[in-house]
Design a protein around this ligand. Structure first.
Ligand SMILES: [Zn+2]
Length: 372
């Protein structure tokens, strides 16, 4: 059709040139104008044809591509990424976890607030990683996330589909009283794990259950009682330990113990009784852990002190000031957060897996420990 118009225009142009001879004067200028217009029109038409041809070429290339695109790419482009868990980490952080997409090179993370558009906030360039923590958020706000997978293939990048309405999370917690305790929940009724990250200037109390071999940390609910369970740690005490209320004393980074043993983080409870790490065979040597004693955590095994994993002992040192209330009691019931499970160590693992100074060592050995 366009080609016919072009032919017609060229014919008009030819006529214009005849009219344009010097002998014709009155019509001349008008005709010249007409010719000029026609010429312009012709040029435009030519352009249009050129464009059409270009478009046609493009379409053809695309069609060819479509034909040769492997089925797995077509399938990939149809896949949507499923976010399987969204956790509130702190008042400023939300963690996303998603199901890995087969064949993906990486993931693009998008976020929007109530009325806005999705904005890409991060690119996860490692296909093995399927979690991302979004930081610097504002407490009280609602965030909507969606994720696209991408795949680099034959020099091109292909993108998966994505869930358009996304996954909504409100960065807010509420307190709920169950029995004598207060627990924190998010707006989706998920229990908050890192309770301490949602408390303002918390005041703690440490309760040591000698029989169950569990230490539970509680936070004060406002000005009232210590009714917010925060953390539970395994411990090893001694069944003859005296019950009572004490005040946390001086803290140590490295501390010699009786029986030629050594500790990393430690703090005094009363007399010779300390919170300390599982004993080490050498002073200030975090790879000389007494593995046998470590594997006894969760049972009464000490001469009287309260043994803890490194992370627990350090947590007390970092979060509980001198004077913090410490209560020793004996009960078969481990407490409101239950009794954590111990991951027993193999003989080569001569360091505490919760020791923050040994993270590299665990990485070298490809360890997969659960955080306590
Ligand atoms: Zn390890």
């Amino acid at each position: 059709m366009k080609k016919h118009i072009l032919l017609f225009t060229i014919t008009v142009m030819g006529m214009g040139m005849i009219f344009g001879s010097p002998k014709v004067s009155a019509l001349e200028s008008e005709t010249t104008n007409a010719v000029a217009e026609t010429t312009k029109a012709a040029t435009e038409t030519t352009k249009a044809v050129a464009e059409t041809t270009k478009t046609e070429t493009k379409t053809t290339t695309r069609a060819v591509e479509k034909e040769t695109k492997p089925q797995m790419i077509k399938d990939f482009e149809k896949t949507t990424v499923n976010i399987n868990k969204i956790t509130l980490v702190s008042k400023k952080k939300i963690k996303l976890q998603w199901d890995k997409v087969e064949g993906a090179t990486g993931y693009l993370i998008y976020r929007k607030t109530d009325e806005g558009n999705y904005i890409k906030i991060a690119t996860v360039k490692n296909a093995d990683i399927n979690e991302y923590t979004n930081k610097n958020l504002k407490y009280g706000n609602t965030y909507i996330y969606t994720i696209k997978a991408y795949k680099d293939y034959n020099g091109k990048t292909y993108f998966s589909s994505y869930k358009r309405d996304g996954y909504t999370k409100v960065l807010k917690v509420k307190k709920k009283k169950i029995g004598q305790y207060h627990y924190l929940y998010d707006m989706d009724k998920q229990k908050i794990e890192n309770v301490q990250n949602f408390l303002d200037n918390p005041k703690y109390c440490i309760k040591v259950n000698i029989l169950a071999s569990v230490v539970t940390i509680y936070a004060k609910d406002g000005t009232k009682r210590y009714t917010i369970p925060v953390k539970a740690y395994l411990c090893s005490g001694n069944i003859y330990d005296t019950c009572g209320t004490f005040k946390l004393g001086v803290k140590y980074r490295f501390r010699g113990l009786y029986y030629n043993c050594h500790s990393q983080w430690a703090s005094r409870i009363h007399g010779d009784i300390l919170f300390h790490t599982v004993p080490y065979k050498k002073s200030q040597n975090p790879t000389s852990l007494d593995i046998k004693q470590y594997n006894l955590l969760g049972t009464p095994a000490s001469h009287g002190c309260i043994r803890l994993q490194c992370a627990a002992s350090k947590w007390i040192n970092d979060n509980c000031p001198i004077g913090t209330k410490v209560i020793f009691y004996k009960d078969q019931n481990p407490g409101p957060l239950g009794k954590p499970k111990l991951e027993k160590l193999k003989s080569w693992h001569t360091w505490d897996p919760t020791d923050p100074t040994m993270k590299e060592k665990c990485k070298e050995h490809n360890c997969k420990h659960t955080e306590i």
